[in-house]
Design a protein around this ligand. Sequence first.
Ligand SMILES: Nc1ncnc2c1ncn2[C@@H]1O[C@H](COP(=O)(O)OP(=O)(O)O)[C@@H](O)[C@H]1O
Ligand SMILES: [Mg+2]
Length: 259
Amino acid sequence: MNTPEVLECLATEPLNVDGRLLAASNATLRCSTDSDVLCVYKPQRGERPLWDFPSGTLTGREIAAYQIDSALGFGLIPPTVWRDEGPAGPGMCQLWVTEDDDARLVDVVSPDAVPEGWISVLSASDGAGHPVVLVHADHERLAQMAVLDAVLNNGDRKGGHVITDSLGGIWGVDHGVALSVEPKLRTVLWGWAGADLPDDSINRLVSLRERIDSGFVELEPWLSGAEIDALRDRVHTLIESGEFPVPNDDWPAIPWPVF
Ligand SMILES: Nc1ncnc2c1ncn2[C@@H]1O[C@H](COP(=O)(O)OP(=O)(O)O)[C@@H](O)[C@H]1O
Ligand SMILES: [Mg+2]
């Protein structure tokens, strides 16, 4: 199935609930469609309220994030649609990507076990007091994800929100805590902080800025005018600086737990 076909299935076929994801903090259900497309369905009314985001907006932010990733052309977020009538009411529905646990690109390891060519992001100690490091691969797709997260102002890029599938495809999931007006970038992907952005990313950012300036109407149901303005400002700042962002002292830079 190509992406438009997947989007069509996710948007129109009945969703059969297979189970609930226990690792999730919101009501997150694993479903299948009648043509056996697996997906994640998050009903809007299952959102856990947060102090720093307006209630009931997280599932819609996931749609906005998908639209922005598509506009950038990265294709890092699995196809994501809105369902007015899901089994537990309105909510978001996203293609399930099956993780290959042996192909993880983010990890916590002992300092003498950092895989060759990987980047260390943070040193810490584990529960027993042994030193550990948070590491990620030096991979082009992860660098693109770091650009996407800077654009989305993603507040929750945990290791578990980076998925490698069995074909080596790399995906980002869980973009509900994103697109705030306030700076909230919190991520495990700091390996390129302050480095020059790749030219390819700058070109994509320039196209995205044009898209926003000419009216990115697909975002309007999900984001406030101020949030769309803040998105435009972040894209502009990235283009002007030409660099990956660096951690901000006023905000915890690493999500906790990291997975
Ligand atoms: N599209 C997806 N494909 C595969 N696994 C997913 C997908 N979306 C979420 N997951 C898995 O389910 C877990 C919980 O989902 P998540 O989106 O993080 O929910 P929550 O918003 O409650 O934190 C994720 O950490 C990830 O392991
Ligand atoms: Mg999550």
